[in-house]
Design a protein around this ligand. Structure first.
Ligand code: DGP
Length: 144
């Protein structure tokens, strides 16, 4: 998928936003959804998307919506920090397949990092079930 690809309204995250696919939800507003990543690179890896901006990547979103999204990333990252007490937090965002993007609805990754624990590979491994993600999500939700 190139940087100039048009937005596909049937991408996985669009389906999650519309409630057509399940997710382990952390936070939702009129504009924003944050949910757990099912291919986590660490304990607490989550994603933040703008619900209404039909943006494939960083280049497609208008600045007002991007500001809203960036503020939400900080808000969720704070809850991850306070809820899980990691030693570091990586915030990542990929544009285009060669850069590592695999879902074509603009999103930010919040990936807690723990001393002595290597981060997993990006978007790999088996999907993790809601039974595993829910207790982690509860700790994050409790820290908003
Ligand atoms: P990226 O490669 O930056 O486009 O990241 C996409 C992320 O989305 C990747 O970490 C794996 C995750 N992911 C893929 N499919 C699903 C899904 O169906 N549900 C959830 N919650 N996460 C998904």
């Amino acid at each position: 998928m190139t940087l100039s690809a048009t937005y596909d309204p049937d991408n996985i995250f669009a389906k999650i936003i519309r409630g057509e696919m399940a997710c382990v939800k952390l936070h939702e507003t009129e504009d924003i959804l944050a949910f757990m990543d099912v291919f986590p690179q660490s304990n607490g890896h989550c994603l933040v998307v703008h619900k209404r901006a039909r943006a494939t990547n960083l280049f497609d979103i208008d600045q007002d919506a991007l500001c809203t999204l960036a503020g939400a990333v900080q808000h969720v990252a704070r809850a991850v920090r306070n809820g899980l007490k990691p030693d570091g937090v990586r915030v990542a965002q990929f544009n285009g397949a060669p850069a590592g993007q695999s879902v074509y609805h603009l999103h930010f990754h919040i990936i807690p990092a723990y001393e002595g624990v290597a981060l997993g590979a990006h978007a790999s491994g088996g999907p993790v079930g809601a039974d595993v993600l829910e207790p982690i999500a509860a700790r994050i939700r409790g820290a908003f």
